[in-house]
Design a protein around this ligand. Structure first.
Ligand SMILES: Cc1ncc(COP(=O)(O)O)c(C=O)c1O
Length: 331
């Protein structure tokens, strides 16, 4: 594996901690741990920091002046891209799915603090408009003589996915140092799929017997495994890993999205309350709450056997708690 040959900037704090969740795990009848990638730190933290270490190295090498990306209103990815742009003296442009907000809360507030240029797209027209609108911002920048760089939604490119190959290596080192054997399962939220794509490569290398279960937080026009396997394969090529994954080897549970992406679900909200009260742990209603809801369901239905050693990947997202105060404060 030639991971260290790929240019990378340092953005986050690593290694992020691995902690036990003994109360929640005890209630569920599994040995539950959590990888705290909500503590990657930079720009408010979260999983995208790891992807951006590779993507920003590429952008910096190209002399980029305008950094463009997209996501939903409460996109953690977009917020971290805005922060990364500022760190490297670039102008951030975020084209977001949603109508102009009446209030700038959560990630939208942070986008404003980072001085991002924001454009809002009608949610129904978004999928038709997003490509042309990002390209229009890039063209306008190039016309001014400024190099532009478009980061696709979620930073889900083979280069970005390498961040989670590195995270798998970090985890394996942490477990080795602690004298722990590899977990039986890793459970994580899946949006764009870049995190799962990278983790698939790294975990198969360092922990070949560990099963990874992604929990989808959105729908997907192309089934997740069919999108993620090619991303893993392309990322593997970048680091000279001679292996290919078939879609059947990628497991993504799709029954925990709730009403829609970005709309809280009952099970996700219940998981947020449960984790907060059992462990003092903050999850969020868009990603990690739904994924923890999925984990709880997988254990309760026996898909994850009692007594298993389970690692939950916390991908961040707590800024999105506050815009959903109305839904969450009641219970
Ligand atoms: C908190 C959080 N969890 C999970 C994800 C999903 O990661 P990926 O897009 O790599 O599937 C995201 C992506 O935006 C996120 O912000």
């Amino acid at each position: 594996m030639k991971l260290d040959d790929i240019p990378r900037v340092s953005l986050g704090f690593a290694p992020t901690p691995v902690e036990a969740l003994p109360k929640l795990g005890g209630e569920l009848g599994v040995s539950l741990s959590i990888k705290r990638d909500d503590f990657t730190g930079f720009g408010g933290g979260g999983n995208k920091v790891r992807k951006l270490e590779f993507l920003m190295a590429d952008a910096v090498a190209q002399g980029v002046k305008v950094l463009i990306t997209t996501g939903g209103h409460q996109s953690n990815h977009a917020r971290m891209v805005a922060a990364a742009a500022r760190k490297f003296g670039m102008h951030p442009v975020l084209v977001l799915r949603g109508n102009p907000p009446t209030q700038y809360q959560g990630n939208l507030l942070l986008d404003r603090l980072f001085g991002a240029e924001l454009e809002f797209l009608d949610p129904d027209a978004y999928f038709d408009l997003i490509g042309p609108r990002m390209q229009a911002h890039a063209d306008a920048a190039e016309a001014r003589g400024e190099k532009a760089y478009i980061i696709p939604v979620g930073g889900a490119t083979p280069l970005g996915a390498l961040g989670y190959v590195a995270a798998a290596r970090e985890l394996a080192q942490q477990y080795d140092e602690a004298g722990r054997k590899a977990p039986d399962y890793i459970v994580l939220p899946v949006g764009s799929g870049g995190t799962l794509a990278g983790l698939t490569i790294g975990v198969s290398h360092y922990w070949p017997d560990t099963k990874i279960i992604g929990v989808a937080v959105s729908g997907s026009a192309v089934p997740f495994p069919e999108r993620i396997a090619p991303m893993s394969n392309a990322a593997a090529k970048l680091i000279a890993v001679d292996r290919e994954w078939a879609p059947e080897e990628i497991r993504v549970e799709t029954g925990h999205v709730g009403p829609a992406y970005g709309v809280p679900s009952e099970a996700g909200n219940a998981a947020i309350h449960r984790a907060a009260r059992a462990e003092g742990l903050l999850l969020d209603p868009v990603y990690t709450g739904k994924a923890m809801g999925g984990l709880i369901d997988l254990v309760e239905t026996g898909e994850i056997e009692k007594g298993s050693d389970v690692l939950f990947l916390h991908c961040g997202g707590s800024p999105a708690l506050f815009p959903f105060a109305d839904v969450l404060a009641g219970a």
